[in-house]
Design a protein around this ligand. Structure first.
Ligand code: HEM
Length: 448
């Protein structure tokens, strides 16, 4: 009965020991010279309190950006037609649950202006936050365990996500695209990664934040002038310095400098939203300032030349095609013969600028009637512009029905200029600027 004999445990162990073991990443115990050395970082201001207070200033701004960013996506009414930037509704969590309203008329100017202002305010604070945690980015050994590796990956997503989201946003406001990818989907998807990593980060750091505020008070360290500025006690698990140098600025001095930079940028960006004399200081917003004088002298996102609009297509031969239960073709003279309405409405761009002008034209609901489709459920508006993502837009029933929604023929009492969409453009209260299609050629109404 030899097959019942128990296996020889010693020989199994020996055999197992002979198997090749997977190589472990090995780092020398002593960190290499430079930023991985704990004595490299000298600032006496770094520590959990400093990081917590900077993080606490950053968090509300990120929350404003997140809410207004998702609202901006909702403002495109992504469930309608080809309005969504994402195939089949993106990753399925687009805020489709409501139709973007038309009141208050400044709604999009407000939400998108807040998005841009909060994002720009956050940039100096983000730099300060990264400065405050810099020693941790050079932590030694770089990988200690599987849990440590998971934490480092989440931090890479947090820092990388933050830098990507804020800097693509900043360059977009500058109308500068030094990349080959499409801005909106990249900025939008990266925001999910960044926000998820941030939620994890803040929850993991919550005990550290609470301890720092409990031990040192939330604002008490701000009372210390330079003479009374002492380092937070050293703890190798935090960003405190092992061998701090003497302070050259107090904590409140540092925070006032960062806050001043942030407020300065915020004020400049607010000029393009609030307007008036503040518009002159919108130095960092290429489209924020008034480019010219005269009734058509206000901001232009895309000129007729950039959009490839040939004058031959907008001249006397131009006709507006209406498609609905019936079909109609209207010349500009016929449109001018219809009842005309004038409203002061803001036009608000996704880049953050907005401006209120006096628009005159035909109500969209009158055009729906003219197409034999009263109470239309939606309308597809198409431009003469042949290329580009915004040469068409689908508007909702609420947007068609609003009495202030116009196919504008005039602005500030004169004909639209070619750059503002002559012969006719859409202007709908509270709608993102790019959906107010210029150089309209066709409107296709859907029956309810
Ligand atoms: C853009 C957002 C943020 C980025 C990129 C960021 C980045 C980082 C990094 C890389 C670390 C070092 C890793 C570590 O200590 O484990 C860190 C630490 C920390 N963060 Fe953040 N963080 C952000 C937001 C916040 C917010 C909103 C808060 C608080 C409300 C916060 C509080 C902290 C605290 C308390 C620490 C520990 C500091 C220390 O150990 O001395 N962070 N952060």
């Amino acid at each position: 009965m030899s097959w019942l004999k128990p296996p020889n445990v010693t020989s199994v162990k020996e055999k197992l020991q002979k198997l090749p073991t997977p190589p472990k990443p090995k780092f020398p115990e002593e960190p290499p010279p430079g930023p991985t050395q704990p004595t490299f970082w000298k600032s006496p201001l770094r520590g959990p309190w400093m990081t917590s207070i900077i993080g606490s200033a950053l968090l509300p701004l990120v929350i404003i950006c997140a809410i207004t960013g998702f609202l901006s996506h909702a403002a495109y009414n992504p469930a309608l037609g080809d309005n969504s930037f994402f195939p089949a509704g993106g990753i399925g969590i687009d805020p489709y649950f409501f139709s973007w309203p038309t009141r208050p008329t400044f709604l999009y100017a407000f939400t998108q202006g807040s998005h841009i202002i909060a994002g720009c305010l956050a940039i100096p604070i983000l730099f300060a936050k990264l400065w405050s945690v810099m020693p941790k980015l050079f932590e030694w050994p770089p990988l200690r365990s599987v849990a440590h590796m998971a934490e480092r990956i989440s931090l890479a997503l947090l820092v990388g996500g933050a830098l990507f989201v804020f800097f693509t946003g900043l360059l977009n406001i500058q109308v500068y695209y030094p990349w080959k990818f499409s801005f909106v989907p990249s900025h939008y998807y990266a925001a999910f990664v960044f926000l998820a990593a941030l939620a994890l980060h803040v929850s993991l750091k919550f005990p550290t934040i609470r301890k720092a505020y409990r031990e040192r008070g939330v604002v008490k360290p701000l009372q210390d002038d330079l003479e009374h500025t002492v380092p937070e006690p050293y703890d190798e698990m935090t960003t405190t310095a092992l061998e701090p140098s003497a302070p050259t600025i107090s904590r409140r001095g540092l925070l006032l400098t960062v806050g001043g930079a942030s407020a300065g940028i915020g004020l400049m960006m607010s000029g393009q939203v609030i307007g008036g004399p503040l518009r002159k200081i919108a130095l960092l917003a290429p489209r924020g300032r008034q480019p010219n004088s005269g009734p058509n002298g206000f901001q232009i996102n895309k000129t007729a030349a950039t959009a490839g609009i040939e004058p031959s297509k907008t001249g006397a031969g131009w006709r507006l095609k209406l498609v609905g239960a019936t079909k109609a073709e209207l010349s500009r003279e016929q449109l001018l013969a219809m009842p005309q309405y004038t409203y002061d409405l803001p036009i608000a761009c996704v880049e953050g600028w907005s401006t209120t002008q006096s628009w005159t034209g035909v109500r969209l609901k009158d055009l729906a009637d003219a197409a034999g489709t009263p109470g239309a459920s939606e309308v597809l508006v198409q431009s003469i512009q042949e290329f580009g993502s915004f040469n068409k837009a689908t508007l909702s029933s609420g947007q068609i029905a609003d009495e202030q929604s116009l196919l504008a023929l005039k602005v500030n009492g004169v004909d639209l200029s070619p750059d503002h969409g002559y012969p006719a453009r859409v202007i709908v209260p509270a709608m993102p600027g790019v959906h107010n299609t210029k150089w309209v050629r066709q409107m296709t109404f859907q029956e309810a």
